[in-house]
Design a protein around this ligand. Structure first.
Ligand SMILES: [Zn+2]
Length: 444
C-alpha cells in the first residue's frame, strides 16, 4: 500500500484521480475522478481563512459530467455559486439532507457577503433544478456516458454525510469525504462494510486529525457537560455556548435532552439563538430515519431526542437581545462556533464582564479567532476586543473537548483497514504536518 501526502495526481488504468483542492490544506476539498469514460468532481469546496488568500477557482473543475457532494459543510460546497455563475449546468448528486444543507449553507454564505435576496433565490432555483438525491448504498443513475457505478456510503460526520465509491471495469476509487467518530449517539457510524471482490486502486482519505488521538470517548461527554452546568448554576449566571449550527448544536441538544430528562441537571431554560441552527435542527427532525440506534430507541419510547421541556427557539434578533434581561440562569446556544460573528458576539459583549457568567467552548478555537482570545484572556482576567469594543473577561471560561465531528488518527486507520486490498492512499484535507504524521502512523 502506497501512502502519498500532498500529491495531486494519481493515475488509474482508465483515467486518474486529481486533487484540485485541499491537497495540503484542510479546507477547499475538490477532487476530480475520471474513470469508466466519465468525469466526476467530488465536492465543490472553497478554501477558508488563510488557505483562501491566493486561491483561484480551478478551470479544470468545470470540465466534468457530474458533481457529487459528500456533505453540506461550506468548505465542501462553497464554490457552487461560482460554478453556476460560470455556466455549470450538470447534475449534482448527494443524499437528500446533504443537498438540503448545501442549499442552506450557500444561501447563508451569499447573505453574509451581502448578496441581493433575488440573486440568492435565483441561485437556489438553479441549484434545485440540478440536484439529484441518492439514497445510501443505492447505485446512482443518470450519467449515460459512465460505464460503471457509483454509490454513497455513510460517513458519520454530519447529517447526510457520505463517502463516494466509484467502480468501473478497470478501477475502483473511494473518496472518504469527511469521516465522523464511531460511537456517537445521534449519527450512524462510518461505513465498514465494503465489497471484497475487487481491490481499491485509490482511496482519497481526509487527514484533519491525522496527527492526534482525541483521547476520550463520546460517552463521557454527558458527564463532563453535567459537571460544567452544575458548577455554573451555583454561580447563578447565564451559560453561553458558542456552537456551529450544523452538527454541534444538535449534538448539544441531544446531550441536554439526556441530562434534563434523566434528572441529572435541573430544568433550566435552554435557548437555541441561531436561525441557521434552528433550520438545521428541523432538517434533522425531518430525517430521523438516519439517526443512530440510541436516538431511534428514544424515538420509539416517544422521547424526541432533540426536544425537551424548556427548550426555546429564538428567531427574531430583538428576542435575542432580551436574553440579557432574563434574571434566572439560562443556557444559550448561539453561533458562530469560534465567535467570529453571529449572535454570540452580542451575548459575550454583555455577559463576559459578569463573574457569574459561564462561557462553555465545545469546539476547537483556531489561533487568531475571538474564541481563542477569550480562552487566553480568561487565564489572566484580561480584556478582549469584540466588535471594536474592549470587553473585560470576568466570566468563568470552560472548554469541553471531545465533541469533534472528525475521526482521529486511530479511527481513520480503523476505517481504512475495513477496505480490501488498498493499492494507494491519497491523503488530503489536512495540514502537511498532519498528513505526514498520518502516513507514518498508517505505515507502522
Ligand atoms: Zn465537514
Amino acid at each position: 500500500m502506497d501512502i502519498l501526502t500532498c500529491t495531486a495526481h494519481h493515475p488509474l488504468r482508465d483515467g486518474s484521480v486529481d486533487l484540485l483542492g485541499a491537497v495540503s490544506a484542510v479546507t477547499g476539498a475538490m477532487t476530480r475522478v475520471n474513470c469508466g469514460g466519465a468525469r466526476f468532481l467530488v465536492d465543490a469546496g472553497r478554501p477558508q481563512g488563510a488557505d483562501a488568500r491566493h486561491w483561484r477557482f480551478p478551470d479544470r473543475a468545470m470540465e466534468i459530467d457530474a458533481l457529487v457532494l459528500t456533505h453540506g459543510h461550506n468548505d465542501h460546497v462553497g464554490s457552487l455559486p461560482e460554478m453556476l455563475a460560470r455556466g455549470f449546468r450538470k447534475p449534482i448528486f448527494g443524499t437528500r439532507p446533504t443537498l438540503d444543507l448545501a442549499a442552506l449553507v450557500v444561501a447563508d454564505g451569499m447573505r453574509l457577503s451581502g448578496a441581493d435576496p433575488r440573486d440568492i433565490d435565483e441561485t437556489l432555483r438553479q441549484l434545485r433544478a440540478l440536484f439529484h438525491a441518492v439514497d445510501y448504498d443505492a447505485p446512482a443513475q443518470g450519467i449515460p456516458q459512465f460505464a460503471g457505478t457509483f454509490a454513497l456510503r455513510e460517513a458519520g460526520h454530519i447529517l447526510g454525510s457520505a463517502s463516494v465509491e466509484f467502480r468501473s471495469a478497470e478501477s475502483r476509487v473511494i473518496c472518504s469525504g469527511d469521516l465522523g467518530r464511531p460511537g456517537t449517539p445521534l449519527l450512524r457510524d462510518p461505513n465498514r462494510a465494503w465489497a471484497s471482490d475487487a481491490p481499491a486502486d485509490v482511496v482519497v482519505l481526509e487527514s484533519t486529525y491525522g496527527d492526534s488521538d482525541h483521547g476520550h470517548v463520546t460517552a463521557e461527554l454527558a458527564d463532563r457537560l453535567q459537571d460544567v452546568v452544575l458548577r455554573a448554576l451555583k454561580d447563578g449566571g447565564h451559560i453561553l455556548v458558542p456552537a456551529f449550527a450544523i452538527g454541534r448544536t444538535q449534538t448539544l441538544l441531544y446531550l441536554f435532552n439526556e441530562l434534563v430528562e434523566s434528572g441529572r441537571i435541573p430544568r433550566i431554560p435552554v435557548a437555541v439563538d441561531s436561525p441557521m441552527g434552528l433550520e438545521v435542527t428541523e432538517l434533522h427532525q425531518a430525517h430521523r430515519e438516519l439517526f443512530d440506534a440510541p436516538a431511534l430507541a428514544k424515538l420509539a419510547a416517544h422521547d424526541n431526542p432533540l426536544d425537551f421541556k424548556n427548550l426555546y427557539a429564538v428567531r427574531r434578533t430583538a428576542d435575542s437581545f432580551r436574553i440579557h434581561e432574563v434574571r434566572e440562569s439560562m443556557l444559550v446556544i448561539a453561533g458562530s462556533g469560534m465567535c467570529t460573528g453571529g449572535r454570540i458576539v452580542n451575548h459575550l459583549k454583555a455577559l463576559l464582564p459578569r463573574p457569574e457568567t459561564c462561557v462553555l467552548f465545545v469546539g476547537y478555537q483556531a489561533d487568531g479567532t475571538p474564541g481563542r482570545r477569550i480562552q487566553d484572556a480568561a487565564r489572566t482576567h484580561a480584556t478582549v476586543q469584540l466588535d471594536g469594543a474592549d470587553v473585560p473577561v470576568r466570566a468563568a471560561v470552560e472548554t469541553l473537548p471531545g465533541m469533534s465531528a472528525h475521526a482521529d488518527r486511530s479511527e481513520l486507520r480503523a476505517w481504512l483497514s475495513a477496505i480490501p486490498r488498498v493499492q494507494r492512499v491519497a491523503l488530503h484535507h489536512g495540514e502537511p504536518g498532519a498528513q505526514r504524521a498520518l502516513a507514518e502512523f498508517l505505515q507502522r
